[in-house]
Ligand binder design. Structure first.
Ligand code: TYM
Length: 339
């Protein structure tokens, strides 16, 4: 089904897992970009709870986390009049299409996914308690995107391999059954596509790390931001070596630039040669200044659950017909029975 909507803006789709508080990597790599570009597209944003249960979750916390992430989406600037914001499990078409894809994706393609290997190791070294869902995770992600015939997917850099698989699945299905899916592009932010861990700048900032000094949550108060940035790993130089900053310093500079929107030359003239103590206070002040309005709106939104739930429900109703039409086509193409 090619995009036969010549007067309409191209559709984008993206999502986040509702597992714990979002961190500044999620924000700078994805969410901020979504809010910025939403008016140029027909945007659909999902809270992917079915992805979250690929590893064990506390049921009550997971349900609450869906509403927290919805509130963060809106607090970060998603406009529900423009952007659909819904929870994945509200639309059964995601798993229906995922099953059809599961039957067309070669095992070897999934076996090559590096995130599965890393996560499976994290979950259980013996792999006996690793759910099969974790292995099939990228197939569900492909279904999320292809279900809505999205033209582009705004994500951080860590999703590149999953995006490549999504494109391969679309192409394979189109080849086997005739053109059915739009092959989507990956849309990375210019700055902040990969924010690194504060305690270890060789690893990307992630939610599933036990270290207390690893990441900054979007809900962290200024005091905690200051403490975490203060403890961030730098290197043995005393001041910013602009030509060759160490990985930790480069990460702090990226965080500042992504939050501030400063140009490269503004960054260079301000930060080159600056001592690390001063750099760290500027970075933590910038982060807190940008997080403050998000946190204020987040608290308001969480105090009005009726509104929040209405947004999730209305959005699901809005996108359900698109999903249903794609599933109908995919079933027809594959020969699944319909009377
Ligand atoms: P998730 O929930 O891990 O992350 C959500 C988004 O945040 C980005 N991100 C980062 N960006 C920069 N630096 C970081 N350190 C960083 N950490 C995370 C991610 O790239 C992502 O854009 N598989 C997805 C969820 C998903 C999805 C989809 C995404 C399911 N279906 C369909 C797009 C389209 C994931 O686990 O994201």
């Amino acid at each position: 089904m090619e995009n036969r909507r010549p007067h309409m803006k191209p559709r984008i789709f993206s999502g986040m897992q509702p597992t714990g508080a979002l961190h500044i990597g999620n924000y700078l790599g994805a969410l901020r970009n979504w809010a910025e570009i939403q008016y140029d597209y027909e945007p659909i944003f999902c809270i992917v709870d079915q992805h979250a249960i690929t590893v064990p979750q506390d049921p009550k916390a997971l349900r609450e986390s869906c509403e927290q992430v919805a509130a963060l989406y809106l607090a970060a600037g998603l406009d529900p009049k423009q952007s659909a914001v819904f929870v994945q499990s509200q639309i059964p078409a995601h798993v229906e299409l995922a099953w059809i894809f599961t039957c067309t994706v070669p095992f070897g393609w999934l076996n090559r996914m590096t995130q599965f290997k890393a996560k499976a190791l994290e979950a259980d070294a013996s792999q006996d308690s690793v759910g099969t869902g974790l292995f099939l995770y990228p197939v569900l992600m492909a279904a999320d995107i292809l279900l809505y015939q999205a033209k582009a997917v705004p994500v951080g850099d860590d999703q590149s391999q999953h995006m490549e698989l999504t494109r391969n699945i679309a192409q394979r299905f189109n080849k086997l059954y005739g053109k059915t899916f739009i092959v989507p592009e990956t849309k990375l932010p210019t700055v902040g596509a990969r924010i690194m861990g504060l305690d270890d700048p060789t690893k990307k900032m992630s939610k599933s790390t036990d270290s207390p000094n690893h990441s900054i949550s979007l809900l962290d108060p200024p005091g905690r931001v200051k403490k975490l940035i203060g403890r961030a790993v730098t290197d043995s130089q005393p001041a910013v070596n602009w030509a060759e900053p160490g990985a930790g310093v480069a990460n702090l500079l990226t965080i500042f630039q992504a939050f501030s929107d400063w140009t490269d030359s503004q960054m260079q003239s301000h930060f080159a040669g600056m001592r690390y103590g001063a750099l760290k206070s500027e970075v933590s002040e910038m982060i807190s200044a940008k997080l403050e309005p998000i946190q204020r709106r987040y608290n308001e939104l969480m105090d009005d659950r009726t509104h929040l739930r209405a947004v999730l429900r209305d959005s699901a109703e809005r996108v359900a017909p698109i999903a249903a039409e794609t599933v109908r086509r995919a079933k027809e193409r594959t020969g699944l029975y319909s009377a």
